[in-house]
Write a protein that binds this ligand. Structure first.
Ligand code: NAD
Ligand code: UDP
Ligand code: UDP
Length: 322
């Protein structure tokens, strides 16, 4: 039986973003009350428009770098720009969001004595020297590069979570999320799947950074959210960090070919410079999630891409690109 048989009041920071909005849908479906806390930096009201008539939903426009006083039974901390173009737009604010945001949400959880989830990232592994990445790998991260505000911010947030756990006995759950895609990604988000699909649908050239030989593992959003929920339901002793992602590994070039085929687009492929510190390989080892959460992804890349293409196609037809 699910622990969620009891109605809870749940705070979701970053709820107006891609992952947060899918998570809130599931929590509301389970009968909970949800308070979405978001400053709308990369999130959009479009992602939560369908929730406004729900009496169990509340939106609070708030920046998590400032203290937050609300009453809740559970906190999910997802607030943070996730795409390189957004997190490098104002790198100082990105670090503040991860670090001050974590301190404030942990302070909130400490006052409320409630369970708190942290959306960490595969970027804590940096440009990994071991492959695939297991949770006990400490990573290979540049602390002074253009991606550092995100990577080091997330690493420090993990440190804070584990120190609040050790020092104050907080009940924490830390997920290390690998590249995830699906409907409600922002069309100008800059991440590879949204870029390629939007380019293919518009007939614009597909921009491959570098030679396209670098690899990523792409998880469909519904699979990821199922993993989140299972992690949050684990007994208090289990903190993570736990990798959540799809181990299927593809080169960026393969991805481009697949998007072209599924959209039927005649877009050309163009090569652009590889961004600095762009990891060459990334693939999760999900043994821990399999054993502790009985979880693994179910949606094949091709099927997930079809759903995501349908979403962007409708969005572009409606002219809603901002
Ligand atoms: P997103 O950009 O769509 O969502 C992030 C949300 O956080 C947005 O709604 C944004 O407005 C909000 N936000 C940003 N700064 C804030 C602040 N200071 N105060 C309040 N709200 C703020 O990104 P996403 O893909 O939904 O990512 C959600 C979380 O998951 C992030 O923490 C991200 O680092 C993590 N993550 C995502 C992926 C992925 O592939 N999508 C991979 C690894 C980790
Ligand atoms: N905090 C918050 N909401 C709360 C309780 C705390 O935003 O309900 C913030 C508070 O502003 C503080 C941070 O969380 O800066 C850390 O709180 P903690 O109690 O750990 O630290 P302290 O207040 O002792 O510095
Ligand atoms: N990428 C690309 N073309 C694009 C956007 C991204 O070739 O238009 C590459 C990027 O250089 C990286 C991979 O695709 O190697 C994944 O990039 P994304 O920004 O989606 O995620 P991350 O680098 O954070 O894994």
């Amino acid at each position: 039986m699910r622990q969620y048989d009891i109605r809870k009041r749940i705070v979701v920071t970053g709820g107006a973003g891609f992952l947060g909005s899918h998570l809130m849908d599931r929590l509301l479906e389970q009968g909970h009350e949800v308070i979405c806390v978001d400053n709308l930096f990369t999130g959009t009201k479009r992602n939560i428009d369908h929730l406004h008539d729900n009496p169990r939903f509340e939106f609070v426009r708030h920046d998590v770098t400032f203290p937050l006083y609300v009453e809740a039974d559970e906190i999910w901390n997802l607030a943070c720009p996730a795409s390189p173009i957004h997190y490098s737009h104002d790198p100082v604010q990105t670090t503040k969001t991860s670090v001050h945001g974590a301190i404030n949400m942990l302070g909130l959880a400490k006052r409320l004595r409630c369970r708190i989830f942290q959306a960490s990232t595969s970027e804590v592994y940096g440009d990994p020297a071991v492959h695939p990445q297991r949770e006990d790998y400490w990573g290979n991260v540049n602390c002074i590069g253009p991606r550092s505000c995100y990577d080091e911010g997330k690493r420090c947030a993990e440190t804070l979570f584990f120190d609040y756990h050790r020092q104050h006995g907080l009940d924490i759950k830390v997920a290390r999320i690998f590249n995830t895609y699906g409907p409600r990604m922002h069309p100008n988000d800059g991440r590879v799947i949204s870029n390629f699909i939007v380019q293919a649908l518009r007939g614009d050239p597909i921009t491959i950074y570098g030679e396209g030989r670098q690899t990523r593992s792409f998880c469909y959003v519904d699979d990821l959210i199922e993993g989140f929920l299972r992690l949050m339901e684990t007994p208090q002793g289990f903190t993570g960090p736990v990798n959540l992602g799809n181990p299927g590994e593809f080169t960026i070039h393969q991805l481009a070919r697949m998007v072209l085929e599924l959209t039927g687009s005649s877009s050309t492929l163009v090569n652009k410079p590889l961004p600095e510190d762009d990891p060459m390989q990334r693939q999760p080892d999900i043994s821990l999630a399999r054993s502790e959460l009985d979880w693994e992804p179910k949606v094949a890349l091709e099927d997930g891409l079809k759903k995501t293409i349908a979403y962007f196609d409708a969005l572009l037809r409606e002219g809603k690109q901002d």
